[in-house]
Design a protein around this ligand. Structure first.
Ligand code: NDP
Ligand code: MG
Length: 387
């Protein structure tokens, strides 16, 4: 078999390790070029050795010596810092997984797209902050962007054999998160532990909190708007607590296609890894007789205002989605550290979006300036809230 060269950005995370689990199933088929992490040098070194990677990049420069020591005596090159992350993304590989969390994943993802190969995208924050730029880069370089987020992967699959101009409606399904049926009063006192315990999916901390506030669905709405340009009024959100239907596409003739599967990220990742082929996995097949029923309900924007904020951010355009994303990253990190309350996450995002209106970003430098200024403002606001 011909080997495929692959690189995984965010290799130590939830999506990164799931991707490597799939590669383990058919080890000889892949040659791993680059693996990256932020600060977890030990886990990165272990994975780089196991998969015999060419290069391991740690983005936190302070961990460089640790990584270098761990890889001493191997043939694996150690590298560190944001510039090396981008340099690794520019290496020529067949397939790149973009699974860094947050806007920090934007520069390497853009560099990978520039190479004109296939990029599997999990890193939704990059697309939210710089959607226009990323889509333009992908188009210009002739890169293939494969959505990994389960909903977008479902939509992508439902669009095979159809065209975007034949679509009447896209329905993004949402689990509703752990507090789907909680009142605002109940949500006021939730702890980080409660918020990261998702009923269906096992994910990283940040996206788990996003799922609990439903900002995740808001970010996914923005993500869908860029990936599938049907117009915002044609993208709906539907709460479906079982997370079996991962999203749907309705065509003009009223045929609705859906993609179903167990709530296991390895399924959409496998679809992106093997695309346009299909690979064998050891994922659990769906047992609909056992599941018995599928439920649906409209989202409650009153209890979950993040959905409304995201819709307004797309309508406003310009810098607003990047501001929404950066403010949310800071607010979620503060919640995880215990410095803000759960309901304050969305409140902080809303207040920052309302109080900061820079001009339209034209390039990566503009996006970064807006991202940084938003973070500074959010940090200052959180400190104000505390005193
Ligand atoms: P995790 O927190 O589990 O992993 C994040 C990865 O990114 C780790 O490898 C981490 O390294 C690295 N990282 C963190 N911060 C930085 C930084 N500043 N610079 C460079 N690398 C960094 O996240 P997930 O795997 O849950 O999520 C990854 C992305 O995929 C997110 O955008 C998320 O929204 C999206 N996604 C995730 C799903 C899931 O099921 N988990 C589902 C759908 C989408 P280290 O280990 O050293 O900290
Ligand atoms: Mg999703």
């Amino acid at each position: 078999v011909a080997t495929r060269t692959v690189s995984i950005f965010g290799a130590t995370g939830s999506v990164g390790t799931s991707t490597l689990d799939l590669i383990r199933l058919d080890r000889d088929k892949y040659h791993v070029v680059a693996l990256t992490a932020h600060s977890n040098a030990a886990a990165l070194a272990d994975l780089a050795m196991e998969f015999d990677a060419d290069i391991a990049v740690i983005s936190d420069p302070e961990q460089y010596d640790v990584l270098k020591a761990l890889l001493a005596g191997s043939n694996i090159q150690a590298a560190a810092g944001p510039d090396q992350l981008v340099a690794a993304a520019a290496l020529d590989v067949d397939w790149t997984m973009a699974a860094i969390v947050g806007c920090a994943g934007l520069p390497p993802t853009l560099a990978a797209l520039k190479g004109g190969k296939t990029v599997a995208l999990a890193n939704k924050e990059a697309l939210v902050s710089a959607g226009a730029l990323m889509m333009a880069q992908a188009k210009e370089a002739g890169a293939t962007l494969l959505p990994v987020d389960s909903e977008h992967n479902a939509i992508f699959q439902c669009l095979q054999g159809g065209r975007i101009d034949q679509v009447r409606k896209i329905t993004l399904t949402a689990s509703g998160g752990p507090f789907r049926s909680w009142s605002k009063e109940q949500m006021a006192s939730v702890t980080p532990e409660q918020a990261v315990a998702h009923p269906n999916w096992d994910m990283g901390a940040k996206i788990s909190v996003d799922s609990a506030t439903m900002m995740n669905k808001g970010l996914e709405l923005i993500e869908a708007h860029h990936l599938f340009p049907v117009g915002l009024d044609k993208i709906d959100i539907l709460v479906h607590p079982q997370s079996v239907i991962h999203s749907m596409v309705e065509y003009h003739d009223c045929s609705t296609l859906a993609q179903l599967g167990s709530p296991d990220m390895r399924i959409p990742i496998a679809s992106a890894l093997a695309w346009p082929e299909r690979m064998d996995t050891d994922c659990t097949p769906l047992d609909l007789a056992k599941i018995g029923r599928l439920d649906f309900e409209a989202p409650d924007v009153d209890r979950f205002p993040a959905i409304k904020l995201a819709r307004e951010a797309i309508e406003a355009g310009g810098a607003v989605p990047a501001i929404l994303n950066a403010a949310n990253e800071i607010a979620v990190a503060a919640f995880l550290k215990g410095s803000v309350q759960f309901l304050e996450i969305t409140e902080i995002v809303s207040r920052i979006v309302d109080s900061y209106s820079p001009g339209e970003p034209n390039d990566l430098a503009d996006i970064f300036a807006i991202d940084k200024e938003t973070r500074d403002r959010a940090v200052a606001m959180i400190e104000d809230v505390k005193v």
